[in-house]
Design a protein around this ligand. Structure first.
Ligand code: ADP
Ligand code: MG
Length: 372
């Protein structure tokens, strides 16, 4: 999606990822010297090769080799966005929380824990049960989280989370999960998108409703202010996704930040004046930012996860989606469908929330793997 936006601005893009990765199908190299690179984004040699071909280097995943990004930035021939120091803070969720706290941004109380039953018990005594045990690093789609409901599950939790460094977080009885995309320019100016409601299923983003509706007239401006303040505290340009918990009493806690285009911002492609991808490019290229305002009254994004290995099942569903008014289908060009894998998404736009909900119902009835 970033490559598609770049193509419209005549921006050459060189992509480092495994061979035949989706983005490489979007943008063809404009000269042999700008050929895409096959390899891992944690391989130092491959990152150096990429840096030697470009003026500006950006990431779409935070689980990258930051030491090498630091090195290529310091060598002075390439700008890296967001800055490696920001990616380093965000890569470690516990460090990220400490950073946010030092800027007085509200987060759930947390404690670093070593991987022992005694340490987990001590954390549970301090923070209470249920307790959210999280891997500090390499977490996504809930795969680094374990909900400890009883002291007796401590060993199970440690085994589940493997040998990664751990921390414990106080359980947040949120009423809603919400998110805000924020774009930050090279000079540190920030601009937020509308607040959205995110609905997760088995820890994976399922639906994103934009804009968020609330009886609290202050909520949207408060959430945007928290998100903007969080991103002001970080260095480097680009878009950031800020995930937040909304509590019953209206209080907000920042859950985590993604230093890149985010699933909760996919709706911006059809529903906003400027998509998160285009604004990411504009920010890192020091071009004027585009408006973040919505251009439709209501929208929803539905993630399409593989229900099985069947591409046929998937496209039977997306072909049906093409018949639903206001629906835009995005399939990511992944070569294999697997159960639980993000294969694409659908954005619905409409004139009202009621219209969106009735169109969404049509899609959910046919969603492979069910909608509940
Ligand atoms: P990931 O990197 O996998 O997205 P998150 O830290 O965002 O990890 O956690 C995934 C989901 O788990 C969240 O979207 C939320 O639903 C739930 N969750 C995370 N932290 C807490 C918490 N402290 N209390 C209650 N639920 C939580
Ligand atoms: Mg998350």
């Amino acid at each position: 999606m970033l490559a598609a936006s770049a193509a419209l601005l005549n921006v050459n893009v060189v992509i480092l990822d495994v061979g035949r990765s989706p983005a490489k199908q979007i943008i063809a190299p404009s000269s042999p010297s700008l050929a895409h690179i096959d390899g891992s984004f944690s391989d130092p040699a491959k990152i150096r090769e990429l840096a030697s071909k470009v003026d500006i280097l950006t990431v779409e995943i935070e689980h990258v080799n930051v030491d090498v990004l630091d090195e290529v930035e310091k060598a002075g021939n390439v700008q890296v966005h967001p800055s490696p120091s920001t990616i380093r803070i965000i890569q470690d969720k516990f460090r990220q929380k400490e950073h946010l706290l030092s800027y007085k941004i509200p987060v759930a109380e947390s404690l670093s824990v070593v991987s022992s039953v005694e340490a987990v018990h001590a954390a549970a005594s301090t923070l209470g049960l249920p307790l959210m045990l999280k891997s500090k690093t390499l977490a996504y789609d809930g795969r680094g989280n374990f909900v400890l409901r009883e002291f007796s599950q401590a060993q199970e939790a440690i085994t589940f989370l493997g040998d990664r460094p751990l921390y414990a977080e106080r359980w947040v009885p949120f009423s809603k999960e919400i998110a805000v995309m924020v774009v930050r320019t090279t000079s540190g100016e920030v601009k937020s998108y509308p607040v959205v409601e995110t609905v997760h299923k088995s820890n994976v983003c399922h639906l994103v409703f934009a804009p968020l509706r609330s009886r609290d007239p202050t909520l949207s401006s408060r959430a945007r202010a928290v998100a903007e303040k969080a991103i002001q505290s970080l260095d480097g340009a680009g878009v950031f996704g800020v995930e937040m918990f909304l509590l019953e009493n209206g209080e907000l806690l920042v859950n985590e930040i993604a230093p890149r285009p985010h699933n909760s911002g996919h709706y911006t492609i059809e529903a906003c004046e400027t998509s998160q991808y285009e604004n990411h490019l504009r920010a890192i290229l020091s071009l004027p930012l585009g408006s973040t305002a919505m251009k439709v009254p209501s929208s929803v994004m539905l993630n399409i996860l593989g229900a099985s290995s069947s591409m046929f099942e998937l496209t039977t569903f997306t072909n049906f989606a093409l018949t639903v008014p206001g629906a835009s289908v995005h399939l990511y060009g992944k070569s294999e469908c697997r159960s639980g894998r993000k294969m694409g998404h659908i954005t619905l736009v409409g004139d009202s929330d009621a219209q969106i909900r009735s169109r969404l119902r049509l899609l959910l009835e046919k969603l492979p793997g069910g909608s509940s």
